[in-house]
Design a protein around this ligand. Structure first.
Ligand code: PLP
Length: 434
């Protein structure tokens, strides 16, 4: 299957090229030329995660990866479970945080890393030489950790992660700055926007980009979204094992850049029986306002306790909009609601009274379900991060201490290996070329 650029439709590339390139011309997003329809859904749902995921992903990647290669990649990438936990009779959380960095981003980042590794090796075989590849990413937390762990130890791929000095929690910082080897981390004297601006400048610098083979590994990369389709199938598989009558399934998705929603819509378009989606946002409510008024008018980003969703210009929205407008999914299958800080906190408390310790992102999605579902609907909300990743916030809301899972405890005692850098493009350029 080919992928085409949603802005410059003539640009059509293979899966491998789309993964290596990230973005198309004119900053356009890649999108599959056709949406594969799976007609054997019941059979698929009965399979184990890895086997089923290979079947789901095959039509997208078969030009570049054969069945054995894809199976190896998926087996490696999805080596941890997605767990559906019932909260009440008609509500359940899909826990996506059982991977190495305790956030759903592990699914996409690990799949992307293994795909790139395979493509770099293939290119080297064809050309007889190893071309450099540098992943350059700015992070305010979860992305850096997922990308660092996914690419750690992969030959011939250099990873450089920038983050704002003093602006992320110590535990978050330890999760990606203590690995070493091919993972280099830069502590930038500035804020997250400065880091992002430095990434952008690097990509605009053609000479630099080609010399070091730049790639960004952020959630605009189509490989990350394709991987995420698979856990929607897993959720429905687990639901159908638990319940005879599935009813109407509604997914509520805590949304920032809307990659998770995009993947859910892919799953629906491929035939997974999902009735509709609720895109739950925090105070950064560009999308809920847009769906109500038809006007796209992002406000200045505000900081919230669900900080991974502090995004006012979500970069995957063009993909969602395309699917709604072109009839790939029903135009009314997405609604969106904004949840404020007070509601988020009281929902963390409400869930703990039901015996479930959550964190702010999942709480936003649960609250949106409470507002929005009707009798006969089964609501599944996504648990995008482990509560311990937001330990301070959760402890202060609940007034009780949280334990540290092994993944966090392991890195807590390790030294931070970051280099400090001014927010200067000249300095970054020199560093990257050295
Ligand atoms: C990245 C992230 C989100 C937002 O996901 P999108 O796909 O960008 O909408 C939500 N919750 C957590 C914990 C995250 O890390």
């Amino acid at each position: 299957m080919k992928f085409y650029n949603l802005k410059e439709n003539d640009e059509q590339v293979s899966f491998a090229q789309a993964v290596k390139q990230g973005l198309g011309k004119n900053q356009g997003l890649f999108f599959p030329k056709t949406m594969p329809a799976l007609d054997n859904i019941d059979e698929l749902l009965a399979m184990p995660l890895v086997e089923r995921s290979v079947k789901i992903l095959t039509p997208f990647v078969e030009e570049d990866l054969n069945e054995q290669e894809l199976t190896e990649i998926v087996t490696d990438a999805f080596n941890f479970p997605a767990v559906l936990q019932p909260i009440s009779n008609d509500r359940a959380i899909l826990e996506l945080f059982h991977g190495p960095t305790l956030a759903f981003k592990d699914f996409g980042a690990r799949f992307m890393a293994k795909c790139l590794q395979a493509f770099v090796a293939k290119d080297a075989k064809v050309t007889g030489q190893k071309r450099p590849l540098t992943i350059l990413t700015a992070t305010s937390g979860d992305t850096g950790a997922a990308v660092a762990h996914a690419f750690h130890g992969i030959d011939n791929i250099r990873v450089v992660i920038m983050y704002p000095k003093g602006k992320i929690s110590l535990l978050q910082e330890k999760m990606f700055t203590t690995l070493g080897d091919n993972i280099e981390t830069l502590m930038v004297d500035g804020d997250f926007d400065d880091c992002q601006a430095l990434v952008k400048k690097s990509f605009d610098d053609n000479e630099l980009a080609t010399t070091i083979g730049l790639n960004s590994a952020n959630s605009i990369n189509i490989s990350r979204l394709l991987a995420q389709i698979c856990y929607y199938f897993e959720a429905v598989a687990q639901l159908s094992r638990a319940k005879k009558d599935l009813g109407d399934i509604v997914f509520s998705i805590p949304s920032g850049n809307f990659g998770n929603l995009t993947a859910g819509l892919f799953a629906k378009a491929m035939g997974l029986p999902i009735k509709r989606f609720i895109a739950a946002t925090n105070l950064n409510d560009t999308v809920p306002r847009y769906l109500e008024t038809g006007e796209w008018s992002p406000n200045t980003t505000v900081a919230t306790i669900s900080n991974a969703m502090d995004v006012s210009n979500p970069n995957n929205w063009p993909r969602v909009e395309h699917m709604l407008k072109s009839g790939i999914v029903e135009s009314d299958c997405v609604s969106s609601v904004s949840i404020d800080e007070e509601q988020t906190q009281s929902t963390v408390i409400g869930l703990s009274k039901l015996g479930y310790i959550s964190e702010p992102h999942a709480a936003v999605a649960y609250k949106a379900l409470q507002y929005n579902t009707v009798d006969g609907e089964i609501g599944v909300f996504l648990g995008t991060a482990h509560p311990a990743k937001f330990k301070d916030v959760v402890e202060s809301i609940l007034g009780q201490p949280l334990g540290l899972p092994k993944e966090l405890a392991d890195c807590a005692g390790e030294p931070i290996l970051s280099k400090e850098m001014a927010a200067s493009f000249a300095d970054l350029r020199a560093y990257l070329l050295a």
